[in-house]
Design a protein around this ligand. Structure first.
Ligand SMILES: NC(=O)c1ccc[n+]([C@@H]2O[C@H](COP(=O)([O-])OP(=O)(O)OC[C@H]3O[C@@H](n4cnc5c(N)ncnc54)[C@H](OP(=O)(O)O)[C@@H]3O)[C@@H](O)[C@H]2O)c1
Length: 291
């Protein structure tokens, strides 16, 4: 069973940030964060994405970003626009892997009831915070299961701690069909790979007609040869810079390739001209089979 894990550092008042930035510069903690979250899904609020250098997503991780504004669709991240859609993406991701919640304050708070664990780096200092995390030491539904030795991170004393949620709420998939229905035709091979549960990322171009796709909508895939259909639900939408970036971000099976098959971004030129790829860039559509 995969876990939903919140990861953060907090000062002695459970303060976590000020002026949309961190309170301290902690190289040791940063290295721990990078090592722990690399290769996994990280979910965050829009402010946290904007607080990163150049507002760029974190490398080697699937970045999922929640913003209330549906016109905010960042490149190289999975964009969701409601808390329910975020929970739905998390439920989908947890079927395959651990998911890390990386902030900020509002996302930590909303996802805390669903989290299995909190990896909290306690900083023994006062950072003059403006935003705060829950004081887990005052809650009986969280148990301090591991407390590392005190360490110095530069000249700042820290301690790596793990809390376990004793009353975790279940994150469940919402397979209801509430959104619009779209029809897309697929060649037999990728069709079979969705049907067999291997491919869960459909790649198209991010052209104007795709603006009609929204998280929660239904896509009915039609096999070009047999007229067979598969019903899926859109779990997330991610515009990418290039097919190279997209191919590098996911195991090839999720894109529809078989074991032993070579996955090459230029394969997409079978479907789209170089010029159109250049003009619009790819759109990764995360889908879940519902019938
Ligand atoms: N110490 C640490 O380890 C750590 C880690 C990460 C971040 N931080 C700090 O945390 C602070 C940022 O926290 P924050 O709470 O301001 O920002 P945040 O959680 O990163 O982002 C808030 C954004 O998420 C959107 N959002 C939140 N809940 C939503 C919902 N239910 N539906 C739709 N959209 C939703 C909001 O949209 P609207 O505004 O449009 O409603 C808002 O734009 C910064 O200071 C950062 O440095 C600290």
């Amino acid at each position: 069973m995969h876990k939903l894990i919140e990861i953060l550092n907090a000062d002695r008042n459970f303060g976590i940030g000020k002026r949309n930035g961190l309170l301290f510069s902690l190289p040791l903690d940063m290295a721990f964060f990078r090592k722990t979250t690399s290769g996994h899904v990280v979910v965050m609020g829009e402010n946290t994405l904007l607080s990163f250098p150049g507002s760029k997503p974190l490398k080697n991780r699937t970045n999922v970003v929640l913003s209330a504004d549906i016109t905010h669709n960042y490149k190289n991240v999975v964009n969701v626009h409601s808390f329910d859609d975020l929970l739905n993406y998390i439920a989908y991701a947890l079927e395959k892997e651990d998911v890390y919640v990386i902030g900020g304050a509002s996302i930590y708070r909303q996802l805390l009831p669903y989290s299995d664990e909190v990896l909290l780096t306690k900083v023994d200092a006062d950072g003059g915070a403006e935003v705060f995390f829950e004081n887990l030491d005052k809650r009986d539904d969280f148990d301090l299961v591991n407390q590392g030795e005190p360490l110095m991170d530069g000249d700042i004393p820290i301690r790596f701690c793990t809390y376990k949620n004793l009353q975790r709420a279940t994150v469940s998939q919402n397979n209801g069909e509430t959104g619009a229905e779209h029809h897309l035709r697929l060649w037999p091979e990728p069709f079979a790979s969705i049907r067999d549960g291997n491919k869960d990322i459909e790649m198209r171009l991010n052209e104007p007609k795709r603006q009609k796709l929204h998280v929660g909508d239904v896509i009915v895939f039609e096999n070009t040869k047999t007229e067979e259909t598969i019903k899926t639900k859109i779990i997330g939408l991610a515009p990418y810079d290039s097919f190279e970036t997209l191919y590098a971000a996911f195991p090839k099976e999720r894109l529809g390739y078989k074991e032993g098959e070579e996955a090459n971004p230029s394969d997409m030129e079978k479907y789209y001209s170089k010029e159109r790829i250049e003009e619009f860039g790819p759109l990764a559509i995360f889908i879940r089979k519902i019938a």
